[in-house]
Design a protein around this ligand. Structure first.
Ligand SMILES: Cc1cc2nc3c(=O)[nH]c(=O)nc-3n(C[C@H](O)[C@H](O)[C@H](O)COP(=O)(O)OP(=O)(O)OC[C@H]3O[C@@H](n4cnc5c(N)ncnc54)[C@H](O)[C@@H]3O)c2cc1C
Length: 491
């Protein structure tokens, strides 16, 4: 097996890994490699090609601040977002350091050598620092349903869409009513309606769905955004602060969400006439407790003749049907699983071993995910995680968080260089302080008090995924490298 030595190793080529690569390169840190399990950049946007896949944060905000783009519409669709990521990657001049189809299988810290060694199927990589951008919504999570493995028809996860399958005239079931399902169902409904097919949608919990103000930009608007100096920045800033305004409703006073509740209720009334169906889709928890979804066509799709919304719990799957707890059996040809991702038990953590030899997964198994500033972890020197614990957002662009974390990592690398250090490692006390404060704050949030079970919470009921303050606050706290919170090793 070959072994290659680089200064920095980045895992993942989604928005996070790409951002790290571009910024390291800008800093003159040219000696790095980006390991990517897939065969292209894009991450989320390479993998989620399901019908209707769209961002739910406006594209002017859901894009890199340093790579503005002439977006065709307010909420762009997956092909446009993926093309944007590919274009940014190509223009950055860093692609020569991306190594595709190369999963990081195992990473371990050698404290004597002060180096990470990362095993891949194509040889080892040895690096001073390891930047993990493996994604928070990257590993599809299949539901545990009795008999699902015996189903004889086609079954696939929303993030692994089977485009070879012709759905014309088929009986399809979608399990889940989360962010992906509400984009998939209206598209499937149309295709199946046109071809005599039928769709069953299995709902465990009705989500809050507010309207989505999506529209195509006019040529005048696009031209103005391109040409008028400062206009694009101003527009982005207005969007950013408009989204930040949601934070108090989530973190301090859920009553502030009342206008959004009214909007969501009006959305139901507009899309559905049948009182029984209206009741089925009305959520019974506080708005914001689960991710607030945006759609104009979700409710009309559920109300269509060829769609049935099933709210009885699924008891089992047989060779050709789904059976619900009330004993009803609905035959299907295709089963689409839109049940989300591994969010609180990230698969990558099984494969990363720190100074003591313990894996990150084992470390987190008892207490749940926790890091210092969502980025650094005691016992894991020179490891920086992007989109780590408690960095997630329900209301605004994850790219803002990614850029904030990458700025912090750059400051850490600069600190290492300037002081001739071989490693920095987050102090346990600083990490505990950070997380205690986070969890104290979490008690007041709608995610904890809102009366729902969500993927934000881990098996201990702790919210280890979301950031409970404004993102402006997050950026401020990560604005400079705070060496006093780290243990340092000198060359
Ligand atoms: C359908 C969908 C829609 C979304 N819409 C929005 C939105 O509108 N706004 C928003 O802010 N966020 C949205 N998100 C969240 C989205 O995941 C983030 O915005 C962002 O794309 C995360 O980028 P990332 O680089 O951290 O992770 P990812 O994009 O998930 O990339 C991680 C990469 O790491 C690779 N990888 C993982 N493990 C390994 C390994 N062991 N070795 C090598 N490579 C590995 C993966 O193959 C992947 O390419 C959405 C997520 C989904 C699933």
């Amino acid at each position: 097996m070959t072994s290659r030595t680089v200064d920095h190793l980045i895992i993942g080529a989604g928005f996070a890994g790409l951002c790290a690569a571009i910024k390291l390169d800008e800093d003159g840190e040219k000696d790095f490699a980006v390991l990517e399990a897939g065969s292209d950049v894009g991450g989320t946007w390479r993998d989620n090609t399901y019908p209707g896949a769209t961002c739910d944060i406006p594209s002017q905000l859901y894009s890199f601040s340093f790579a503005p783009h002439d977006w065709p519409r307010s909420y762009s669709q997956q092909p446009d977002i993926q093309a944007y990521i590919q274009q940014v990657a190509a223009e950055s001049g860093t692609l020569d350091r991306f190594v595709f189809d190369t999963p990081a299988q195992d990473a371990s810290w050698d404290d004597e050598a002060q180096r990470w060694t990362v095993r891949t199927p194509h040889g080892d990589y040895v690096a001073k620092t390891l930047i993990v951008g493996a994604g928070g919504l990257s590993a599809p999570r299949m539901p545990e349903i009795d008999g699902i493995e015996t189903f004889q028809g086609e079954v696939f996860h929303s993030a692994r869409w089977n485009h070879d399958l012709d759905l014309s005239g088929k009986r399809v079931a979608v399990i889940g009513t989360g962010a992906s399902a509400i984009q998939i169902v209206p598209e499937l409904q149309k295709v199946l309606q046109a071809t005599g097919g039928h769709l069953d949608v299995y709902q465990r919990t009705a989500p809050w769905v507010i309207p989505r103000n999506d529209r195509v930009y006019s040529s005048v608007e696009r031209s103005a955004l391109r040409r008028v100096p400062g206009l694009r920045k101003l527009y982005r800033a207005a969007l950013y602060w408009g989204h930040e305004a949601f934070v108090p409703a989530f973190t301090l006073a859920p009553g502030l969400a009342l206008p959004a509740v009214k909007q969501a209720q009006a959305n139901i009334r507009k899309g559905i006439k049948d009182p029984e169906l209206r009741e089925k889709v009305t959520p019974h928890f506080m708005l914001g407790c689960k991710r607030v979804l945006r759609s104009n066509d979700w409710y009309p799709a559920l109300a269509a003749d060829n769609v049935e919304l099933v709210t009885d719990p699924i008891a089992k799957v047989t060779g050709n049907a789904i059976v619900t707890a009330d004993g009803v059996e609905r035959e299907i040809d295709v089963l689409v699983v839109a049940t989300g991702f591994w969010t609180t038990e990230l698969p990558i953590t099984e494969h990363v071993r720190g100074r003591s030899g313990q894996s990150l997964a084992d470390r987190w198994r008892q207490s749940g995910m926790a890091a210092y500033k969502g980025t650094a972890i005691p016992d894991f020197p020179n490891l920086f995680m992007i989109v780590g614990p408690n960095t997630g957002q329900g209301h605004t662009s994850m790219i803002f968080i990614i850029e904030s974390q990458v700025a912090y990592i750059r400051a850490a690398l600069e600190h290492l260089r300037r002081h001739g250090l071989t490693s920095v490692e987050a102090e346990p006390r600083a990490t505990d302080r950070w997380n205690r404060s986070l969890q104290r704050r979490m008690k007041r949030t709608v995610w904890t008090r809102g009366g729902c079970q969500s993927w934000y919470l881990d098996s201990h009921g702790r919210n280890t995924t979301l950031w409970p303050r404004t993102t402006a606050d997050f950026r401020r706290r990560l604005a400079s490298f705070d060496a006093e919170a780290y243990r340092e090793v000198r060359a």
